[in-house]
Design a protein around this ligand. Structure first.
Ligand SMILES: *Cc1c(COP(=O)(O)O)cnc(C)c1O
Length: 357
């Protein structure tokens, strides 16, 4: 079997959730599970995060999968329903729905079901992506209040700059103003806000990336208290001795500055490794950190093993994980850990294995 695997540390995932709980002890936790639980496997993570107060997902299929596997707590559709059919299913399966525009409101108003539905009413406080404007909010809120099928209204907003120096001050001041006018539960905090600002720990919080042990900030090192969950592991499948001046890989972009020994790793961009990772991206081979050389191909990467004298076919390689943070690889490739984790290819190419401890 091709040696590439994504190993998922269930204990670390549980510890990350407990850490979130300790940071915001009075908030309920809506664990963010979109994109196949950030590439970690929806069902594995559903069991790892069973202590959360609810799960949020993007698509109706993910939501149905969770419910049908026996999950009984809240399941939130993060962008709400896309059409009438979605809404019928959401009502039948008792999903919470985000409500962010007039079209969704008209669907809810036409719903014939007698079933109650819980709504996360999204307010645009400056992200300018989804949500009702502050001007339109009172009208929508009072429609919902009068509709007896609406069992609960949570006011929800999302920060544009919780991870950067621009910060959340202006959006948070809108939220504080809303709290004095609307006596409903609120949900505003993503991972960066949870870590940076206790004032965002309202009735609900919505951690995502931190639960998976990766960084919401553009930094190499994980904030203390978080542990990596996914280790992407493979092996060396070939070695080459090359001479000073020889090229490696497509385009021969990399030229050996000296005679070198290189190893070929079974992992490429079709597996989710970023094609834009340049030569010099850190990679962990045989327990030692070295660097990639040349362009990433679809199925393979070359690495410098000149000083790893015992490294050979079958030697172990960690693309990222417990010994090499996914954020370091992401930053080298000019992207974020989120993208690398979500891009992990399906299990027919990258089998997922869980482990404990
Ligand atoms: C993805 C998402 C989150 C989680 O964000 P992280 O940065 O991963 O913590 C929270 N809220 C909404 C609306 C999201 O789409």
């Amino acid at each position: 079997m091709r040696p590439l695997k994504a190993l998922i540390n269930i204990d670390n995932a549980r510890k990350n959730l407990s850490f979130v709980r300790s940071l915001a002890p009075s908030s309920k936790i809506m664990a963010t599970m979109k994109a196949n639980a950030y590439g970690h496997g929806l069902n594995y993570m559903a069991s790892a995060f069973s202590e959360a107060d609810g799960f949020s997902v993007l698509t109706i299929n993910e939501a149905v999968e969770l419910r049908e596997s026996g999950y009984e707590k809240k399941i939130l559709l993060l962008e709400g329903v896309f059409d009438k059919e979605d809404l019928k299913i959401a009502a039948a399966f008792n999903f919470d729905v985000v409500l962010h525009n007039d079209y969704q409101l008209s669907l809810i108003r036409q719903l014939s079901s007698k079933k109650k539905i819980s709504v996360h009413l999204k307010v645009n406080t400056g992200m300018n992506r989804l949500g009702f404007s502050l001007n339109n909010l009172p009208k929508v809120h009072s429609f919902l209040k009068e509709d007896e099928r609406i069992s609960e209204i949570v006011l929800m907003s999302h920060f544009a700059n919780a991870d950067s120096a621009k910060g959340i001050e202006s959006q948070l001041s809108e939220v504080k103003m809303l709290r004095s006018n609307y006596h409903e539960p609120f949900s505003v905090a993503n991972s960066a806000a949870i870590l940076n600002n206790q004032d965002t720990h309202l009735e609900w919080i919505r951690p995502g990336i931190m639960l998976y042990g990766a960084n919401p900030f553009d930094l190499d090192d994980l904030p203390g208290g978080l542990l990596p969950v996914m280790t992407l592991r493979s092996e060396i499948i070939a070695t080459q001795e090359i001479k000073k001046g020889d090229g490696v890989g497509y385009g021969s972009d990399f030229r050996a500055p000296n005679d070198m020994r290189i190893g070929i790793v079974a992992c490429g961009y079709a597996d989710g490794y970023p094609r834009h990772a340049p030569s010099g991206t850190p990679i962990f081979v045989d327990g030692i950190e070295t660097q990639t050389v040349g362009r990433v191909s679809m199925d393979m990467i070359a690495v410098d093993i000149s000083s790893l004298l015992n490294t050979n076919i079958g030697s172990s390689v960690e693309l990222w994980g417990e010994n090499l943070g996914v954020d370091r690889v992401a930053r080298s490739a000019n992207t974020v850990g989120y993208e690398l984790l979500c891009a992990i290819s399906s299990p027919s190419r990258v089998p997922v294995e869980i482990y404990y401890g």
